[in-house]
Write a protein that binds this ligand. Structure first.
Ligand SMILES: NC(=O)c1ccc[n+]([C@@H]2O[C@H](COP(=O)([O-])OP(=O)(O)OC[C@H]3O[C@@H](n4cnc5c(N)ncnc54)[C@H](O)[C@@H]3O)[C@@H](O)[C@H]2O)c1
Length: 277
């Protein structure tokens, strides 16, 4: 699938090579779009530690891979919880590449895991802040720019299987991901008349850096070895394997293509059949 020539995309949380965001950004570039990747750029305290967030050097290296496709690419540091930074991200993209057609809310954290009875309010707020408020701010400022341009647009939020089902140790994460489905449905109704589609994609497990952290955490929490945990995971997925970064990128590319022009307000499972509603 191609057809994104002349389009400009922003992908948040795309500063890590193994992440879903990089795979999405690369696919959009291969389909013809110029792409801005946004990420934190540096660790920020206990909740955003080194090793779990996209730092400047890795962001620049992701940009080099995007530019190798022949498309223009740029990295911009942005904390998606901060409205002025999200506004500036959109403004700097338009300044650099002239317009904005596609916005992917991909930034998310899924490593502040605790039982609901043990969850600190600070951690709850951090998870909701990135995963839900961040998606709201991205949707708001992307839509404003797309409305002003008057030629439609595409907004896609990377939700999760946890947008449809509950998971232990993950009440904040699950609530945030259920929340983005509500955001998606409401924004789709409001933005439809402007030709802007708003959808969510719900992947099951993918072994990104975050996914690898979660495998370690959940195998320990459930008293299994990592191999036992992964074997159990494979057994319950009808298609017999966890997701790959490309599976999510393919779904996003479809939702950004002309072929998906009549699809909006959806929350599309990309889960090998593990999630069916
Ligand atoms: N890996 C999975 O199994 C899986 C499954 C379903 C959904 N998801 C979702 O996919 C998205 C990408 O996750 P991933 O697995 O690629 O993990 P990842 O950790 O590689 O990517 C998430 C990125 O978000 C960035 N980020 C965190 N806080 C931020 C902030 N305040 N502002 C800007 N950027 C910030 C991180 O630095 C990181 O680069 C997330 O929303 C995640 O919840 C992942």
């Amino acid at each position: 699938m191609s057809g994104l020539e002349g389009k400009v995309a922003i992908v948040t949380g795309a500063g890590r090579h193994r992440g879903l965001g990089k795979a999405i950004a690369l696919r959009l570039a291969l389909d013809g779009a110029d792409v801005v990747i946004a990420d934190l750029g540096q660790p920020a305290g206990r909740q955003f530690p080194a090793g779990l967030v996209g730092e400047t050097e890795e962001m620049q290296s992701v940009v080099a891979d995007l530019q190798a496709t022949g498309r223009r690419a740029l990295a911009i540091a942005c904390d998606v919880r901060d409205e002025s930074q999200v506004e500036a991200l959109v403004a700097r993209t338009v300044e650099a590449f002239g317009r904005l057609d596609i916005f992917i809310n991909n930034a998310g954290i899924g490593y502040l895991m605790a039982l609901v009875t043990e969850t600190e309010l600070d951690d709850w707020n951090a998870v909701i802040g990135v995963n839900l408020t961040g998606a709201f701010l991205g949707t708001k400022h992307a839509a404003r720019q797309m409305i002003a341009q008057g030629s439609g647009g595409r907004i896609v939020t990377i939700a999760s299987q946890a947008a449809k089902s509950g998971f232990p140790y993950a009440s904040a994460y699950t609530a945030s991901k259920h929340g983005v489905i509500g955001l998606t449905r409401s924004a789709a109704i409001e933005l439809g008349p402007h030709g802007i589609t708003v959808n969510a994609v719900c992947p099951n497990h993918v072994t990104t850096d975050l996914g690898a952290w979660q495998n370690e955490f959940f195998s320990r929490a459930t008293g299994r070895t990592l191999e036992e945990y992964l074997a159990d995971m494979r057994r319950r997925i009808p298609l017999g394997r966890p997701g790959r970064q490309e599976d999510t990128a393919n779904a996003v590319a479809f939702l950004c293509s002309d072929d998906a022009q009549y699809i909006t307000g959806e929350a599309l499972n990309v889960s090998g059949g593990e999630e069916v509603h």
